[in-house]
Structure formats: C-alpha cells, structure tokens
Write a protein that binds this ligand. Structure first.
Ligand SMILES: NC(=O)c1ccc[n+]([C@@H]2O[C@H](COP(=O)([O-])OP(=O)(O)OC[C@H]3O[C@@H](n4cnc5c(N)ncnc54)[C@H](O)[C@@H]3O)[C@@H](O)[C@H]2O)c1
Length: 308
C-alpha cells in the first residue's frame, strides 16, 4: 500500500534535480506521475525530452506509473495540454507540484530585458498557468459532484524571494510572487477542497553546484546523512501533497538540511494614525513613531546573518 495509491500527480521540471526526486517519491508511493520537463539548459535555452524520458523509464522500470510531458510551463497552451494529459491519460488529477525553474542572475544595472522576461515567465507564469488549468478542472469536478475534490498544489518559492538576494531581482520578484500567489489561490480554492502551499528548498542540483561556497556546503559527507540531496526536499513536498498535512494551506515551508521552518510574510511592524489627510508635515511628525525601533538602512535580515 502506497500513500498515493490511485492518485494522479503532475510534477513540472521533473527531468532533473529536485523535481525528479518529487516524481520518484510520489510514484514509489503509488501515484501515476506526469513527468513534465522542457529539458533546456539552466538559463532556459533549448529543449530536450531526454531528461524527462529517463525519469519516466526509471519509474516504470521499478514498477511505477509515469508519462512524459515535454511542454513549457510558461506556455499557456502547453499548460492546458499538461493538465489535459493527466486527466485523459491517467484518469484525473489530484496533485500539482510546480517546480520548473531556471536562473539568469545579474545585478539590476546589468540585467537585460530577456533576463528579466525569461525568468519571470518560467517561474511566475510557469507556476500560474498549470495552476489555472488544474483549478478549472477541480472546479468542474466540484460542480459535478458537489463534493470537496481533495486536491493539492505545492509551489516552489525560494528564500531569495522572501529575503531578497542581491543579483536576483528577476528571480526574487518571481519567487515572492509565487509565495503571494500561494496565499491567493489557497483562499480561492479552499471551498473546493484544494490546499495550496509552497516550499523554499535548498538542495544540491545544477542550479546550486556553481554558487560559490554552496557546492562544498551541500556536498555529501562520508558517513553523514545526506540532508542536501533533492530527496530531502521531496519528503516535505510529498507530505504537503498528502492527506497527512490535512488543514495546512496557504503556508510557505522552508527546508534547509535538517531544519524545517514555516515562513510568514509581510506584517505591520509599526502603526501611526491620524484623523486628517496626510500632509508632508504630518507624515514627518509621525515618522519618529513610524520608524521607532526600525534599524536605519536596507533591511539586513538574512537567515545566515541574523538581524544585523
Ligand atoms: N536547488 C536549490 O537549492 C533551490 C533553492 C531555491 C529554489 N529552488 C527552486 O527549485 C526548483 C527546482 O530547481 P532545481 O535546483 O532542481 O533545478 P534543475 O535545473 O536541476 O531543475 C529544474 C528543471 O526545470 C526544467 N525547466 C526549466 N524551464 C522549464 C519550462 N519552461 N518548462 C518545463 N520545465 C522547465 C529544467 O529543464 C530542469 O530540468 C526551481 O523552481 C528552483 O528555482 C531550488
């Protein structure tokens, strides 16, 4: 008996890295998995069906069920076809794991239009488009049966989007958007019985192997638990995609080695009120209270650095 027996899952960007680990784990627990991957390079250029095919072959060789989808998550028609493939080929859809991603890091003053557009496209639109068609499918199922559909979306945000890494204006903006979209869609789909959560992962993949310091930090150490393997992330995604996490929705969970954290976003830090319209002078008069206790300069909180 597997935890996902009879379930159908889509995992985007599942030909490599973290997504491949999600697909293998869901399939090993009984899900039929649509393994989506465009198969381009880590900057989003090119296409190659081989990585997705290899993951499907691996899953089927070990007795699981999987099919290839070679579409791009940021293409509206491909996203519609992806959901249709799950429904028509595998008999439905219960789990959508949005994971596909690329990087085009540049400081803002050097970033070109294509760096901006491509990263926003693959991550932000590439999360929304499959979610939109999955949501429409679940809404129809709900209307037909009047029963909660018991489905899940798990999105992939990033610490970069939550805390703001320099050199990643495009990526961080997309990932912060994904965290917000997670809350919006959790609110919209709750009534249908769909839970929507996100993770902020850290794992050893082609995206991180060349980041200075990260390769060594995440390397597998002899005799020690391999907490930066993609499989370490897949366990959390599978938990969020399962009924074990019943009641959890609209949350962002960070997975870093052996640490799990629930991250919370924007909250009022201070509060000033006035009964009149604001003027330059009254804003200035309120500023001492408004910024009381707020350290001067750019917010410095980064998990590795603390409040600073
Ligand atoms: N590795 C980390 O530490 C880390 C940290 C934070 C966030 N993430 C996020 O995790 C996700 C997976 O990253 P990874 O590290 O496994 O990278 P990866 O490069 O190993 O895998 C990403 C996969 O997405 C696929 N892909 C890219 N564009 C696509 C598109 N338009 N349509 C379909 N597939 C597409 C790629 O072909 C690739 O196989 C990404 O969203 C990434 O931003 C990773």
């Amino acid at each position: 008996m597997g935890r996902f027996d009879g379930k159908v899952a889509i995992v985007t960007g599942a030909g490599r890295g973290i997504g491949a680990a999600h697909a293998r784990l869901l399939a090993s627990e009984g899900a039929a998995v649509v393994v989506n991957d465009l198969g381009g390079d880590m900057q989003g250029a090119g296409a190659d069906a081989t990585p997705a095919q290899q993951v499907v072959e691996e899953i089927t060789a070990s007795g699981g069920r999987a099919v290839v989808n070679g579409g791009s998550v940021s293409n509206w028609a491909d996203a519609e076809a992806l959901v249709a493939q799950a429904v028509e080929t595998c008999g439905g859809l219960d789990i959508l794991v949005n994971n596909a991603g690329i990087l085009r890091d540049r400081m803002s003053f050097s970033m070109d239009e294509a760096d901006w557009d491509t990263v926003i496209d693959v991550h932000l639109k590439g999360h929304f488009a499959p979610s939109r068609f999955a949501a429409a499918y679940w809404r129809n199922r709900f209307k037909a049966t009047n029963e909660p559909v018991n489905a899940k979306i798990v999105n992939t945000a990033s610490e970069s989007g939550i805390y703001g890494n320099a050199g990643q204006a495009n990526y961080a903006a997309a990932k912060a958007g994904i965290a917000s979209m997670t809350i919006v869609m959790a609110r919209e789909l709750e009534r249908l019985g769909v839970r929507v959560n996100a993770i902020c992962p850290t794992a050893r993949t082609r995206l991180t192997e060349n980041v200075p310091g990260a390769g060594e930090f995440m390397a597998k150490k002899d005799g020690a638990p391999d907490q930066f393997a993609p499989e370490n992330i897949a366990a959390v995604v599978a938990w969020l995609a399962s009924d074990l996490s019943s009641g959890v929705t609209g949350q962002v969970v960070k997975v870093m080695g052996g640490s799990l954290q629930v991250l919370r976003g924007w909250r009022p830090a201070t509060d000033c009120t006035d009964e009149l319209e604001w003027s330059l002078d009254t804003v200035d008069a309120a500023a001492a209270t408004l910024f009381a206790g707020i350290p001067a300069g750019v917010p410095k909180f980064m998990p590795a650095l603390g409040e600073g």
